[in-house]
Design a protein around this ligand. Structure first.
Ligand code: ZN
Length: 648
């Protein structure tokens, strides 16, 4: 499908949708509506001008009668597509503001040329005034340069453009939330998760809670309406209770209610259809407290689930045999529910770019006492693998025929298995020592947690147990994963980073941390090396079993850091291995990658669901369609599902 900037748009299929019952399809439909109505929330969370920028550009796209073939208009369209993709003016992954290729003069002329009623004007505001307001936001590189700043030593809130705090310094926010913590509370709510923290004119701090009657009420009311409709066609009483509890939480904003919902949700394993809808992940907040809005509607992939069920059934064996110190292991690994799901709709922070697996809920005490629900999204993984086949990437970056053969034969399989191990076992393994603050690692927490889960997967993918369980066909299959993982972490993921920039995103940091640490230890003893051939750098691996030992050593250390809340060690590891980039290698990767003409980031168009009614107006079926283009879909969502005011 289509390409622009560093992005490629793909389409995913929803195999098995037709085989769902009419009731299940109707449930998917209602949950999809609940998902689509939240779209505006994320735009506003990502920056307070985002809705105005999006609506202004959409108005021009739809109504501009000037030169639509000119470079300025075409560049504006690319910029608008990027704004849609990122739910705002900052890159969805790197968090830097992207640079428009059209001119301020063009924007001003276009805004003045179209009917001003189509622009998101405030009361009494003129189109020229709106232009003056938005122009620096769009064009000035020094205004809101980053959605999220993580640079050590700076005030992370005052230097971040995300809309989670208003006029609040990092110190003030940390104090505000530290004061809420009760060390004796073994079931603490996720303080700060569902609100914006605002400093009032008199200097006091106040949370504006995202709930019915609160901030974002216009969108949340719609979500609640469709959740209630979904509840009417729930598959069973347990699922109906899950949905009702979530609706109540949206109505009250009470974080204890969110925990109640999360527990009911994690316990509901019987329903075929499932969903996520809410303020879930905190990657977008520099302090890791406030959650971006997202939604996923899905149903169980019965065939694909067999693989993960096998892993989960042996969870205790994996925990017991890991190289982690006994004090940091769970005596009993509970509730690792493993399944493969089929995504039916992606929304909010999962759209158009999405994860290929999820593991929720995030609250540590719920995970410890009730377990977690861990899924990999089979149809999304398949769409990625289809897109990657034969694109020339491995031919360019993989060292030799032997490695290519391994990857060809075992690459997809071991990728899937590594994701399963990461999600089903990795995140759920290990324990915090008594009294250790789950947030002790602060800004380094996300990177360390992802490294922990990845290492668990890397360590075990080479274990004979997987062949014994029938999950891998050969004891050498794991080499495909080791090679591609290290090649990615050492070299090829740099293609996602702009020249001169650091590695910022938690998953990328984690992969570089692991790869560089293992390289530092393994290279002097010739377990692996980077070689030059025809002026190009390649990874060579000489001793795969030794790599496994090194992954195990690092897993033990990372688990120790997590279990004991060793902030200093987390900071040292991340800052030393995960952040900085070798400029020469970086430039080489970018040059080689550019020649392939591939997009480093991918996102997805959703299918379109429509109710099929009979002459009496009764719903007889839900139709699924795959005919919508990226632009058509985004414009439709903005037209039909955009309840928030431009200023929130
Ligand atoms: Zn993870």
């Amino acid at each position: 499908m289509e390409r622009f900037a560093d992005l490629q748009i793909l389409r995913y299929r929803v195999p098995g949708f037709e085989e769902l019952t009419k009731r299940q399809k109707t449930l998917v439909y209602c949950l999809a509506e609940a998902a689509l109505w939240g779209r505006d929330i994320l735009f506003d969370q990502n920056g307070r001008f985002n809705l105005r920028v999006r609506r202004t550009l959409e108005a021009i796209y739809t109504n501009f009668r000037g030169d639509r073939d000119g470079d300025d208009f075409k560049s504006m369209v690319v910029y608008l597509k990027r704004v849609w993709f990122s739910s705002g003016i900052h890159h969805h992954y790197g968090a830097k503001k992207f640079v428009p290729a059209f001119s301020p003069d063009f924007l001003r002329a276009a805004m003045l040329a179209i009917d001003s009623h189509t622009l998101p004007l405030a009361e009494g505001q003129t189109a020229a005034e709106l232009f003056d307001l938005l122009s620096p936001v769009i064009f000035d590189p020094d205004v809101m340069p980053k959605r999220m700043n993580q640079a050590e030593g700076e005030d992370l809130l005052l230097t971040s453009a995300c809309n989670y705090y208003d006029g609040v310094t990092q110190r003030e926010a940390e104090r505000f939330y530290d004061a809420m913590k009760d060390p004796a509370d073994t079931t603490p709510p996720s303080f700060g998760l569902n609100s914006r923290l605002v400093k009032e004119a008199d200097g006091t701090l106040r949370e504006r809670v995202w709930r019915v009657g609160g901030l974002y009420t216009e969108a949340i009311e719609k979500i609640v309406y469709w959740l209630k409709r979904a509840g009417e066609v729930a598959e069973n009483p347990a699922q109906r209770e899950v949905i009702a509890t979530l609706a109540r939480y949206y109505e009250t904003g009470d974080l204890h209610g969110f925990d109640t919902y999360s527990i009911l949700w994690v316990d509901d394993l019987q329903s075929r259809v499932d969903f996520v809808n809410g303020f879930i992940e905190t990657y977008g907040d520099p302090l890791g407290l406030k959650a971006s809005w997202e939604s996923l509607v899905d149903f169980k992939d019965i065939e694909g689930t067999r693989r993960t069920e096998t892993i989960s059934a042996h969870a205790q064996w994996f925990e017991d045999h890991s190289p982690v110190a006994p004090a940091f292991k769970k005596e009993r690994v509970k509730g690792v529910s493993a399944k493969v799901i089929i995504a039916a709709l992606l929304a909010g922070d999962l759209y158009p770019a999405t994860a290929i697996g999820i593991n929720l809920p995030n609250a540590n005490w719920i995970r410890a006492t009730h377990g977690s629900k861990s899924v990999s999204i089979g149809n999304i993984t398949a769409a990625y693998q289809d897109a990657a086949r034969g694109n020339g990437f491995n031919e360019e970056f993989v060292y030799g025929d032997e490695e290519k053969r391994l990857i060809e034969r075992y690459g997809n399989l071991t990728d899937n298995l590594h994701t399963d191990l990461h999600e089903c076992l990795g995140h759920g393994s290990g324990k915090l020592l008594p009294g250790v603050d789950p947030d002790a690692l602060k800004a380094y927490g996300a990177t360390i947690e992802e490294a922990r889960a990845d290492l668990f997967g890397l360590y075990y993918i080479a274990d004979a147990k997987l062949v014994e369980l029938g999950l891998l066909p050969s004891p050498e299959a794991y080499k495909a994963q080791y090679y591609t993982y290290l090649m990615n972490g050492l070299m090829t993921q740099l293609v996602r980073i702009q020249p001169g920039h650091d590695v910022e995103e938690a998953h990328e940091r984690n992969r570089q941390l692991i790869a560089r640490w293992v390289f530092r230890k393994g290279e002097p003893e010739q377990a692996l090396e980077l070689v030059r051939r025809d002026g190009k750098t390649y990874l060579r691996v000489h001793d795969y079993p030794r790599l496994r030992q090194l992954f195990g050593e690092l897993l033990a250390e990372i688990q120790r850091i997590k279990s004991t809340g060793d902030y200093d060690a987390a900071r040292r590891l991340v800052e030393e291995y995960a952040v900085k980039v070798d400029p020469g290698l970086h430039a080489e990767m970018l040059a080689r990658y550019r020649k392939l003409d591939l997009a480093p980031y991918k996102g997805f168009v959703n299918p379109r669901y429509e109710l099929v009614k009979n002459d009496a107006g009764e719903v007889v079926d839900v139709a699924i369609g795959y005919d919508e283009s990226y632009t058509e879909q985004m414009l439709r969502y903005s037209r039909d599902y955009s309840p928030l005011p431009s200023v929130n």
